[in-house]
Design a protein around this ligand. Structure first.
Ligand SMILES: *Cc1c(COP(=O)(O)O)cnc(C)c1O
Length: 393
């Protein structure tokens, strides 16, 4: 295989493992919407989505129409829900491609109805009710009026009602429970008016894995599918595997005397004779500047510190204590090497952010390489050749 300078390995077997594990924990019959917005959280939307559809997810969730259209262009025909709010310009394509929008306002409902009538089609829609997130969604106090209005629109089929939790990972379950109460009130009032929803969904990964009362009949799984535990609750109930590894190679290596300043603004000075390795990864690639002088990377199974500031294209590390190191050595920025590992959560903690942001921000220069060992199930664990499942540009 061609040697890359900077790449992400996406382990589709881990993705399948995570999906299967979570599915087993859900209330039987609960459907799964796989959230593949933001380029599948940086993992690569099309290959990840194709794999998930293969594994049997029921629906796909994206952020906007451009993400939905990317999937349709890749011949993915599974139902797609746009979680976000549409703007008027997006309406014709959404209707034409049979993508399911979420309705957050009366205006957009009317635009969708007009366009569906123009195109002479029936369009499935979901409605978002804001039970406490205050981001998108209709207010519960206006809900019934609006639901009645949408139900009367001849070209819209109101199939789903959703809400979104503000604090699924909070220690206390109070806000989740309150939001569920608000949600069920809207459902009950709708029912009294003859309106029923085939699909009801509220839970993100954390809610789904913490509380079965949030399952309704569909859950929206993002981060857990990718094997990342944002709030530390998942390890109590399941063992998820990180799907993504982020890797590079040493591109340059030299030994400098004690007292040598490293990088822009000389934020690090060597205190001993130091072997400095330069890596072709920088903040443009999603290796955050805030990791300067903080992160550890894996070199030959050991941890080596980042020294000096992370630049746009390059990062320096200290490999003095790993003498066998040479140019071309594979470096793990996120992932496992031998008994050592670096997780997205660790990098997030070091930079004061959340692990979501770490994988989402992986840059364009990071080549995504997809692996699956599926065909080698007979081989002993650990001896399986890594099956090459493709590269995306
Ligand atoms: C992103 C998103 C999700 C998925 O959240 P995870 O925490 O990644 O599981 C679910 N619902 C909505 C509305 C979202 O925007």
């Amino acid at each position: 295989m061609k040697r890359n300078r900077l790449w992400a390995e996406v382990d589709l077997d881990a993705l399948k493992h995570n999906f299967t594990q979570i599915k087993n924990l859900l209330t039987p019959g609960t459907e799964v919407m796989a959230i593949v917005k933001a380029n599948a959280y940086g993992h690569g939307a099309v290959p990840v989505t194709k794999a998930l559809v293969d594994y049997g997810v029921d629906m796909l969730g994206v952020g906007d129409s451009s993400e939905a259209l990317e999937l349709r262009r890749a011949d993915i025909t599974a139902p797609i829900l746009i979680l976000g709010a549409l703007i008027e310009d997006e309406v014709p394509r959404v209707v034409h491609e049979g993508i399911t929008p979420c309705i957050h306002s009366r205006d957009i409902a009317r635009l969708l109805q007009d366009e569906a009538a123009r195109q002479n089609v029936m369009l499935d829609v979901h409605v978002n009710v804001d039970t406490g997130m205050s981001r998108l969604g209709i207010s519960p106090r206006n809900a019934i009026e609006m639901l009645k209005e949408i139900a009367a629109m001849p070209n819209l089929k109101m199939r789903g009602l959703m809400t979104h939790f503000s604090s699924a990972g909070a220690v206390s379950r109070n806000t989740i429970n309150q939001q569920l109460v608000n949600y069920h009130q809207v459902v009950a009032e709708a029912r009294r008016n003859g309106i029923r929803f085939d699909i009801q969904h509220a839970a993100n990964s954390t809610a789904a894995l913490r509380m079965s009362t949030t399952h309704l009949n569909m859950v929206r799984l993002g981060i857990a599918l990718y094997g990342i535990d944002p709030s530390g609750f998942f390890t109590d109930v399941t063992t998820l595997k990180p799907v993504l590894s982020f890797k590079t190679r040493i591109i340059y290596l030299k030994t400098v005397p004690p007292g040598t300043p490293i990088g822009y603004d000389r934020t690090f000075t060597t205190y001993r004779e130091t072997r400095v390795a330069t890596l072709p990864v920088g903040y443009n690639d999603g290796y955050p500047f805030l990791l300067s002088n903080k992160a550890r990377v894996l070199v030959r199974g050991s941890r080596a510190p980042v020294i000096g500031g992370i630049t746009m294209d390059y990062t320096m590390i200290d490999v003095t204590d790993i003498p066998a190191t040479s140019v071309g050595d594979e470096i793990t920025l996120i992932g496992k090497d031998g008994y050592s590992s670096v997780t997205a959560s660790e990098l997030a903690n070091l930079t004061g952010t959340i692990p979501y942001e770490i994988t989402c921000q992986l840059g364009k220069r990071v080549r995504r390489i997809y692996f699956s060992n599926e065909q080698h199930n007979g081989a002993a664990e650990g001896e399986k050749p890594r099956q090459f499942a493709g590269i995306s540009d």
